[in-house]
Design a protein around this ligand. Structure first.
Ligand code: AP5
Length: 215
């Protein structure tokens, strides 16, 4: 039976960090809508060009293109055993589209861990984040530093900071989460699949809670 898990939480809650730790262990493919957009940006596709303005402003990319992009990704053969979704869905329309998509496959969203972190912690997390542009591994200069400053532990590539981690853009991303994504907490609670975990704990402790929630 395939497993479909949606990691919910505000920007900087640790969705990407946790997805990288859990996906392989659970035999799931990590599908991050933000990473898919960033790949399109890098390859200068039409989708990447369209997404850029929204991402730079910390706004959501329109539902229709986002849904089509994720639908295409999770319909690929490698996702047959299930998916760990990170950053999608982010609006009620995206959540409904995901439900319909999975119903068409005879599947459903099994569990939605909500990584809860208060707004005041998020800014410190995102301003100290460094990412490997090659493998996508996420670091933090204080909470999760690489062994050699500025270089990825996995492949030695020079780490970069994301353009949308500037303070003004982060503030808007948190606002957008509160307005457009937080309503999904009630949506999944009503479906009986929400499981809140304390995202303020150290990374390993959050992983342990998530594994327990996923079962
Ligand atoms: P996206 O890439 O999805 O960004 P996000 O949801 O804002 O989340 P982040 O990647 O910033 O944070 P995260 O929760 O993954 O935290 P991380 O693990 O890195 O989206 C970017 C943009 O793309 C959007 O603004 C939008 O424009 C567009 N987009 C994407 N999906 C879309 C959709 N579905 N619809 C429309 N538009 C969409 O951790 C953050 C930092 O904290 C790291 O440095 C990490 O090392 C550190 N850290 C993590 N956990 C801990 C811990 N427990 N303790 C201490 N430090 C920790």
């Amino acid at each position: 039976m395939a497993k479909y898990i949606v990691l919910l939480g505000p920007p900087g809650a640790g969705k990407g960090t946790q997805a990288q730790r859990i996906a392989a262990q659970q035999g799931l493919v990590h599908v991050s809508s933000g990473d898919l957009f960033r790949e399109n940006l890098k390859m200068e596709t039409d989708l990447g060009k369209l997404a850029k303005g929204f991402m730079d402003r910390g706004e959501l990319v329109p539902d229709d293109v986002t849904i089509a992009m994720v639908k295409e990704r999770i319909s690929r053969a490698d996702c047959v055993k299930g998916v760990l979704l990170d950053g999608f869905p982010r609006t009620p329309a995206q959540a409904k589209a995901l439900d319909e998509m999975l119903a068409g496959l005879g599947q459903k969203v099994n569990i939605v861990p909500l990584i809860a972190v208060p707004a005041e912690v998020l800014m410190a997390r995102l301003s100290g984040r460094w990412t490997c542009p090659k493998c996508g591994h996420v670091y933090h200069q204080v909470y999760s530093p690489p062994q050699k400053t500025g270089l990825c532990d996995e492949d030695g590539t020079a780490l970069i900071q994301r353009d949308d981690d500037k303070p003004a853009t982060v503030a808007n991303r948190i606002r957008v989460y509160t307005d457009q994504t937080a309503p999904l907490i009630a949506y999944y609670h009503d479906q009986g699949v929400l499981a809140e975990v304390d995202g303020t704990l150290p990374i390993e402790a959050v992983t342990a809670q998530l594994i327990k929630a996923i079962g």
